[in-house]
Design a binder for this molecule. Structure first.
Ligand SMILES: [Zn+2]
Length: 565
């Protein structure tokens, strides 16, 4: 028995105690034997700067904190995509809880005293050791501060409530669009606007710079950092004035030509999605990091550079051009998201996009500007003629497809609007949402105000509120301050297109031959890979030599719609 105990003790000492003691010893002298996960795992890119050592310890801590905030945001994006496409109905309530909880946690991690102390100390380090800070790190710290200031005075509970209401709103909007129930829509919008006002007021309190701004201005900042309402007013005033002269001239000139031949379906939905995916592949969308899906909801842009799942509304079998338009639009967003500097700055503020106006510029450049050129239809026509088995159908000729897509027809539906009258839809929404948020317009008076504006600008009246003030999902998901980004984006797209034509003299031939990859490369070099290194106008100055202006868009509309043969 004694012998046995001795053997056991020897075995324990040799096999267990000694190795453990040596592990502890080695660890104590700084040689860890247990391999801990690296803070910069290889799947996040070998050149990653987000966890690379920096001489400023405060900035290092900030980078790690923002990395984790970014990870949480990526999880929310994934849950959001799932909500739109695959989530079973029964998971609705628990999903709302999950998403709003994560928003709250993200907000708590961002808006707290530790972050502000780290930012202050990092600024001091930047002043005393300027050589340690390259332009990317400087911009990253700047954007961290912008994010902090933007959120610091908003109660986490409000953010949780906003997230929940946004996802509920998506569902309520879908139902209201089916039932045309104005009362249900009104009740929800009143609740949402009330919450948005409280959030906006907290944002105004964030610092002295914003103490006197209106509620609407403080909401604008979330989507377009640095953009002022006065600047929007000036741009919109110029466009409004010019288009009010140009539109009757365009309609008159159009009236002298034969009407294009309408498309005759059916265009099987499966084939449409095949076409849409193929077009995205042609422009260089990476399907290894994303995909294109349909939804019964109204889609919204989003996703991350590693998981860019684009979502479009269920296709209409009668008209393949509608789903193609949405796919090109979302594809423009998708190329931008996938082209952000993810290997280096994945979750850092400087690695994100430059805001809603630049986002929309990328979507509208692909959808409205390139996707409505004669050359694009010369490429597309013979292919869709074959795909949909419409051999010899005159409606499928390049000239007819181009004429259909560039036909100017005032409509009450923003999503079906042509490139010229699109502005009036955005102008109307900007005006009304500003009045709603600033408390100058009550929701109960919205239908009347909406219909009066539409009548004054486009001389049409919607049949009902679903085709009028309830049609967009934006207000239902709380996106007040987003609409102006469509027009600023359209302006920016036209300005970038001018430069692209100067840089690529053979652009028309490239489009005709379906060489869209060189276009994506140009966009990536000039826009996408810059992340949030600079602001919109700095980017435009660098790429085109001038800040944002209305002239390129107005010239583009004039030459495409008025001067063309
Ligand atoms: Zn968009």
């Amino acid at each position: 028995m004694l012998e046995f105990l001795k053997k056991i003790t020897k075995w324990l000492v040799e096999r267990i105690f000694t190795p453990v003691a040596s592990v502890i010893k080695k660890t104590a002298v700084g040689k860890p034997v247990l391999k801990l996960p690296s803070p910069n795992p290889p799947d996040e890119g070998p050149e990653s700067k987000q966890s690379e050592d920096h001489p400023c310890p405060f900035y290092m801590k900030l980078k790690l904190r923002f990395r984790d905030i970014g990870r949480m945001n990526a999880i929310i994006e994934t849950l959001g995509r799932d909500f739109l496409t695959a989530m079973p109905e029964g998971a609705y309530k628990s999903r709302l809880g999950q998403i709003s909880f994560l928003y709250r946690r993200m907000h708590e991690d961002l808006a707290n005293h530790e972050v502000v102390e780290l930012i202050e100390n990092a600024h001091k380090h930047q002043e005393s050791h300027p050589d340690d800070w390259d332009e990317w790190n400087r911009a990253n710290l700047r954007e961290m501060e912008v994010m902090y200031r933007h959120h610091c005075r908003v109660d986490p509970e409000l953010m949780e409530k906003r997230a929940r209401l946004a996802y509920e709103g998506r569902r309520i909007h879908r139902d209201v669009m089916m039932t045309n129930n104005w009362e249900e829509g009104r009740e929800f919008l009143e609740q949402m606007i009330g919450l948005q006002r409280v959030i906006a007021e907290s944002k105004c309190l964030a610092d002295n710079d914003h103490a006197t701004e209106t509620a609407y201005q403080s909401l604008l900042r979330e989507y377009m950092p640095g953009t002022r309402i006065e600047e929007i007013e000036k741009f919109f005033g110029e466009i409004d004035k010019k288009l009010k002269v140009m539109l009757p001239q365009i309609l008159e000139k159009q009236g002298q030509r034969d009407d294009p031949i309408p498309l005759e379906g059916p265009f099987p939905p499966q084939l449409q999605m095949w076409l849409n995916r193929s077009l995205l592949q042609l422009i260089g969308f990476d399907f290894k990091r994303g995909g294109l899906y349909e939804t019964g909801h109204n889609p919204v842009e989003g996703g991350t550079p590693d998981d860019t799942r684009l979502v479009i509304k269920n296709v209409d079998a009668a008209n393949f051009m509608e789903s193609m338009k949405s796919a090109l639009h979302e594809g423009g967003h998708g190329l931008y998201i996938q082209g952000l500097p993810r290997d280096v700055w994945r979750y850092q503020p400087v690695g994100q996009d430059m805001g809603a106006a630049v986002q929309e510029s990328q979507a509208l450049l692909v959808e409205m500007i390139l996707g409505r050129t004669k050359e694009y239809y010369q490429y597309l026509a013979p292919r869709v003629e074959g795909l949909f088995q419409k051999f010899g159908d005159e409606a499928m000729s390049p000239e007819n497809l181009y004429a259909l897509k560039t036909r100017v027809v005032p409509t009450s539906d923003r999503k079906k609007a042509d490139e010229v009258t699109y502005f009036f839809h955005i102008n109307l929404r900007t005006k009304l949402e500003r009045a709603l948020i600033n408390g100058e317009l009550a929701v109960k008076d919205l239908p009347e105000a909406w219909n009066a504006e539409l009548k004054a600008n486009l001389n049409i009246e919607p049949d009902n509120n679903c085709h009028g003030c309830l049609q967009d999902v934006h207000w239902f998901v709380g996106k007040f301050g987003y609409f102006p980004s469509y027009t600023l984006g359209h302006m920016m797209a036209a300005q970038l297109f001018d430069q692209m034509k100067r840089d690529m003299q053979d652009l028309p031939e490239r489009l005709r031959e379906g060489d869209f990859v060189s276009i994506r490369k140009w966009l990536n070099r000039n826009v996408h890979k810059k992340g949030r290194l600079m602001r919109r106008d700095e980017l435009l100055n660098e790429v085109t030599g001038s800040p944002l202006s209305t002239a390129p868009l107005l010239n583009h509309l004039e030459s495409r719609y008025l001067l063309r043969a």
